[in-house]
Ligand binder design. Structure first.
Ligand SMILES: Cc1ncc(COP(=O)(O)O)c(C=O)c1O
Length: 395
């Protein structure tokens, strides 16, 4: 039976990263996969996570299953991190949460619960969005609609187009929003625009589903969650998928949280019960290690302070790279790259054609996605001049 299976191509982003690793050119530049990299091109382990891990390994006495909803310190810590210490929804007990395997697992569990509540709901996704949203939410049975988002001409958000498209939502539809550091374009909504989205959600009756995978890597922990917190303050229902992969460097440990902000406490409990049944049908129990580490860091004042400081340094590095890259690209090409500095987080579309991207890859060993999306954190002092000159050469 298995011999009937057709062999499928490898994931295009991971395939590109592998091609870069295999490239013998010593000047090669890898701007493909969305992981944070430091000046040495390494994806580091946070000091606070390292300390928490040492303590965990020393103290751990069992590998018995986690509770189905996950680690309590992790859930409490993440809810406060994402929703803020003053969240009224949290104080009112209207938030139910379930630990999940990474942000992907949280997106999937969020989609499962949405489908159980409203199988006819359509999920509106930004054009473009992170491509993995489609299999993660679509495999549950939800269908998609697209709203205009990125405007390549201005390198910013086409907010008028977005509003016009969301006017076509039906009550009970779901609008998937990137909490911050939009992947792939880096263009985020202003707080005022988040306010307009909240007003439109009230008017049209759609439910926001916020994917927040980069909190702390755009403008800082609080600023990056401000739009999401505004929605939660104004709307009765919001679904949230949070990830600790990037902002705690826990990628392979698969630590994420699905949060259901509901009208009241009993609806929140119902949502959690549905999420647990959904999880039982996929992976049963959440993985322990990453969430236990994140829970320890978030609940220990000294570790939390160390983590916040290290995250702030990463965020400053990314924003510093954005400034430098903007100037170097402008100087070498004579074109305007101001938009790179206006964007948030790790991603940016350089605005190159596929042909130019392929030339960069073939002639200069500079690897970015065909769409010209780059991971800004892949830039460093050693490769920035070469990158700017290579881009100028294909322009
Ligand atoms: C937009 C977005 N959402 C969610 C995720 C989920 O990440 P993970 O499952 O590794 O936590 C990612 C990771 O790249 C992402 O870019």
């Amino acid at each position: 039976m298995l011999d009937r299976l057709e062999r499928l191509p490898a994931d295009s982003i991971l395939g590109l990263a592998a091609a870069c690793r295999a490239d013998p050119n010593p000047d090669k530049v890898d701007l493909t996969v969305g992981i944070y990299m430091d000046e040495q091109g390494r994806c580091p382990v946070f000091e606070a996570i390292r300390s928490a891990q040492q303590a965990l390994v020393a103290q751990e006495v069992t590998k018995a299953y986690m509770p189905p909803a996950g680690d309590e310190a992790f859930i409490q810590g993440m809810q406060t991190l994402v929703l803020g210490p003053d969240s009224a929804a949290l104080a009112e007990g209207r938030v139910g949460s379930v630990q999940a395997p990474g942000g992907c697992g949280a997106l999937r569990i969020g989609a499962e619960v949405i489908f159980r509540a409203a199988p006819e709901a359509r999920v509106w996704v930004s054009d473009p969005t992170w491509p993995v949203h489609f299999p993660l939410l679509g495999s549950v049975g939800l269908t998609f609609e697209t709203y205009r988002y990125y405007d390549p001409a201005s390198h910013g958000v086409n907010f008028e187009g977005m509003l016009a498209d969301l006017q076509r939502t039906r009550p009970g539809d779901v609008v998937l929003l990137h909490g911050c550091c939009h992947n792939p374009c880096g263009a985020d909504l202003s707080l005022e625009q988040w306010g307009e989205i909240a007003a439109l959600a009230e008017q049209r009756g759609f439910i926001p589903f916020v994917d927040i995978a980069y909190q702390g890597l755009g403008a800082g922990i609080e600023a990056d969650a401000a739009g999401l917190r505004l929605l939660v303050a104004r709307l009765p229902e919001v679904v949230i998928a949070a990830s600790c992969s990037k902002n705690m460097g826990l990628y392979r440990e698969r630590a994420g949280l699905a949060m259901f902000v509901c009208r009241d406490e009993s609806s929140a409990q119902a949502a959690v019960s549905q999420a647990l049944v959904a999880a039982r049908g996929i992976y049963s129990m959440p993985p322990a290690h990453g969430a236990l580490l994140a829970g320890r860091v978030l609940s220990d004042a000294a570790l939390a302070q160390s983590w916040r400081a290290e995250l702030a340094t990463m965020c400053e590095r990314i924003n510093g790279l954005r400034r430098e890259l903007r100037h170097k690209l402008a100087a070498s090409s004579g074109r305007d790259f101001d938009f790179i500095e206006r964007e948030n987080g790790m991603f940016s579309f350089l605005g190159l054609s596929t042909e130019q991207v392929l030339r960069l890859r073939g002639e200069f060993s500079v690897y970015m996605l065909d769409s010209s999306r780059i991971n800004v954190a892949g830039v460093n002092r050693r490769n920035i001049d070469y990158l700017a000159q290579s881009v100028a050469a294909v322009l």
